[in-house]
Structure formats: structure tokens, C-alpha cells
Design a protein around this ligand. Structure first.
Ligand code: HOZ
Length: 434
């Protein structure tokens, strides 16, 4: 398509004149893969249509929330009803209580929950709560885990073990991250050394249990067990960032999966987002009553928001959670995701392309590497030029995956067997041309 007739290109040019990079969130700009972002005109089920009217099978699903696919009729109906009742009140509603009840019902570690508007806000507030509840300042995060763009969390590892991190963004003063210790994911020895040195000062360890921001890398069971043991022994809180994995990998989230391998396992604070809003701006953090009661207005930890518990967002989230709680929902979703991943694996093998993949529930990740990486440094060894070719090969043939190799993928209940088969057939051709 020539630039003059390509609506995506035209819109991108207009956007770039007014919006930094032409996008409202950096990864959408296709900087990692080059080319022109697709401007979405509408979406339904497993598909979206771009500004040129081209249909794509969507494996991003708004970066995770659209677990039922786009425009699920019962969710649309709930949102339409809510809209007629009012957009925002800045006052409590029954629906917030219902959503809190629904969240607490499925997550045994969560007795109380506070609703907010974005994952960034939820993670930032969870850290403040952990610090307020413990009276300590220092936190541990892991390289490659993303917890939103709050200042103290935009940090990369320092030069040596147990040194504090450096800001990854301009505008974050070094003093703001001086209490953030950045460690390697899945590295038990480093974690032990960090606790030996700083255990009494640590408010919390925050972790994506199945990381979705370095593609998909899961914490090993022994590593998770060590996180739990050390936090308990040293009086630090274990904060699970389940913004991506919550209600996405299983009804009980990633914590339910670790609890199967480690009986009695539970995090202290859970951060949620994405699926609980069903595509609307809604997130949450929750935990045991004794911790949550430290929050204002009951306790000294301040946190507030005009749009928190928004009535349209809660209607969307509640309708979504009701659908996914149906018996068999996650078994069917996991089967579908696994068949996609197996099919891609087979297509890559036929073409002699190194390929390793993992999936859980409706979330998947793959690497153009001979084996699954265990940490960020290993993820960084992926062949980004080859990924760019794969991405564009798929996109040109109507299959939309994340435009960066550091992102996980998502399958919804709306993806049909035929969609998966079509995707694998397309991938087979694209792999052969790589
Ligand atoms: N936080 C997402 C990447 N892991 C990007 C969100 C977006 O661009 O919409």
C-alpha cells in the first residue's frame, strides 16, 4: 500500500505531530520492530480491523485484559446498562462491593481489596502499604519484572551483587531509587545474599511470579519457595504482581499454581489489573485484613483516587469475572493456548529455527532461542532482527503478536480452533522465509 492510501500511515503521521512518538504508550510505536503501527478501528471476538479495514487475529488482547475476546455480548450489555446509570460518582456503589466479593472469593490470600485505576497505581500503592505496614524503607525487585512506571520501580541492577539500582528513566532522581535493590530473577544465591545483608531493612520483595514483561519467564518453584521463606524469616512482605497473571493463568492466579506445588503458599499482598477490569481502566491491590487495615481511612497509609471503583469499569470487570468463573473455562483456554504454542513449535522445528515456548492458562511466550531463558540476561540473547522479520511476516498475513520480543502473548476464549490452525499455517510459511 502506498503511503498516500495507507490510512494507518496517514494516522501515524497525524499522531506524531501531536502525541510524542505518535502513541500513548511506547511499545505501541513499533520501535522494536520498525514499520507503521496498526490503528485499530474496531474489534470483535478474536479479531480487530485496522484503519485500512484489514483483519488481524489478535494475540495481544489489549495486553491481557480481553480474556473473553472483544465485545463479549454479556459484558457489552453490562457496560451499556452501567453507562445509562451514570459515568462516575466519586462515591461508593454496590457494584464495587460485588467486585471486591468476587475477587476475594477466588484468591484465598486476599481478605480485603482496594480498587484503583491502573496497574501502575496498584503496584505503587502496594509498595507504600508494605513500607507503611513494616516501617521499613528498602524493597527488592527483580531485573526484567515490570511493575508499572512509578519512580522507585524504574530501576535496573547496579554493578554488583546487593548494590542498589540505577534509574532506567530520565527524571527519576538517583535518591528516589536508593532504597530499591535489584536482583536477578530465579537466582536463589543472590536472594540469600541480599537478605543476609539487608534482611532487617527490607519492607518487601515484589515479583511477577510468571513474568510477562520479559516475554514469559516463570519463577522456579524452589526460587519462589526461597522468596517466601526469606520474607517470612526476616519480617518482609512478599508482594505478588499479578497484574498480568491474575485471572489470566488460572482462576486463582499464579499464586494458586504455586500453592499446588508448595502447600500453604500465599503472598502477603497481591497486585491485580487487566482482566479484573475486562478492558476498562481498573486495577486493585489486596491482602490480609491486618495489612489492608493500615490503609486510609482506617490506618496511616494514604491512598486515594477520584475514578477508583468507577461504576462503568466495575460493571465491565464484574461481568468478565462472572464469565471466567464458569466451570471448565480455564481448561478450555489452556488447551487452546497449548495447541497454539505446540503448533508454533512444530512450525519452527520444520524450518530449523531455534524456538522455545511456554504457556499457562491464556498466556504464552516464545523465544527464538534453543531453550527457555530463566532470567532477563538470557532473554536479552534473543535474536531481535529475526524476531522483527517474524513479527512483520505474521502481521502482513493477518496475525498480530506483540511488536517487541519482551512481551508475552494472550489467547482468549473467543479464539477458535480455526483461528489457531490459521495462525499455525501462517507461521509455517513465515518461519520458512526467515
Ligand atoms: N504495559 C504494556 C507492556 N507490557 C504496554 C501497554 C500498552 O501499550 O498498552
Amino acid at each position: 500500500m502506498t503511503p498516500s492510501t495507507d490510512r494507518n500511515q496517514q494516522l501515524f503521521e497525524r499522531a506524531r505531530a501531536l502525541i510524542p512518538g505518535g502513541v500513548n504508550s511506547p511499545v505501541r510505536a513499533f520501535r522494536a520492530v520498525g514499520g507503521t503501527p496498526r490503528f485499530v478501528q474496531r474489534a470483535q471476538g478474536a479479531y480487530f480491523w485496522d484503519a485500512n479495514g484489514a483483519r488481524c487475529i489478535d494475540y495481544i488482547g489489549s495486553w491481557g485484559p480481553m480474556i473473553l475476546g472483544h465485545g463479549h455480548p454479556r459484558v457489552v450489555e453490562a457496560v451499556q446498562r452501567a453507562v445509562t446509570e451514570g459515568f462516575s460518582f466519586g462515591a461508593p456503589t454496590e457494584r464495587e462491593v460485588e467486585l471486591a466479593e468476587e475477587i476475594v472469593k477466588h484468591l484465598p490470600s486476599v481478605e480485603m481489596v482496594r480498587l484503583v485505576s491502573s496497574g501502575t497505581e496498584a503496584a505503587m500503592s502496594a509498595i507504600r502499604l508494605a513500607r507503611g505496614a513494616t516501617g521499613r524503607s528498602f524493597i527488592v525487585k527483580f531485573e526484567g519484572c515490570y511493575h508499572g512506571h512509578a519512580d522507585a520501580l524504574l530501576v535496573k541492577a547496579g554493578s554488583g551483587l546487593a548494590t542498589f539500582g540505577h534509574p532506567t528513566s530520565a527524571g527519576v532522581p538517583p535518591e528516589v531509587v536508593q532504597h530499591t535493590l535489584v536482583l536477578e530473577y530465579n537466582n536463589v544465591e543472590q536472594l540469600e545474599a541480599a537478605f543476609a545483608r539487608h534482611g532487617a531493612e527490607l519492607a518487601c520483595v515484589i515479583i511477577e511470579p510468571i513474568a510477562g514483561n520479559m516475554n514469559l519467564v516463570r519463577a522456579s518453584v524452589p526460587f519462589m519457595q526461597k522468596c517466601r521463606e526469606l520474607c517470612t524469616r526476616h519480617g518482609a512482605l512478599l508482594v505478588f504482581d499479578e497484574v498480568m497473571t491474575g485471572f489470566r493463568v488460572a482462576l486463582g492466579g499464579a499464586q494458586g499454581i504455586y500453592a499446588k506445588a508448595l502447600p500453604g503458599f500465599a503472598p502477603d499482598i497481591t497486585v491485580l489489573g487487566k482482566v479484573i477490569g475486562g478492558g476498562m481502566p481498573l486495577a486493585a491491590f489486596g491482602g490480609p485484613r491486618a495489612i489492608m487495615e493500615k490503609l486510609a481511612p482506617l490506618g496511616p497509609v494514604y491512598q486515594a483516587g477520584t475514578l477508583s471503583g468507577n461504576p462503568v469499569a466495575t460493571a465491565c470487570g464484574l461481568a468478565t469475572l462472572k464469565e471466567i468463573a464458569q466451570p471448565g473455562f480455564y481448561d478450555a483456554l489452556a488447551r487452546k493456548t497449548k495447541s497454539l504454542v505446540d503448533g508454533l513449535q512444530g512450525a519452527a522445528a520444520e524450518a530449523g529455527i531455534p524456538f522455545a515456548a511456554d504457556c499457562e492458562g491464556g498466556m504464552f511466550g516464545f523465544f527464538l532461542l534453543p531453550e527457555l531463558p530463566q532470567n532477563y540476561a538470557a532473554v536479552m540473547k534473543s535474536d531481535s532482527a529475526r524476531f522483527g522479520k517474524l513479527f512483520h511476516g505474521l502481521l502482513d498475513r493477518g496475525v498480530y503478536i506483540a511488536p517487541a520480543l519482551y512481551e508475552a502473548g494472550f489467547v482468549s476464549s473467543a479464539h477458535s480452533e480455526q483461528d489457531i490452525a490459521e495462525t499455525i499455517a501462517v507461521a509455517r510459511d513465515v518461519f520458512k522465509a526467515l
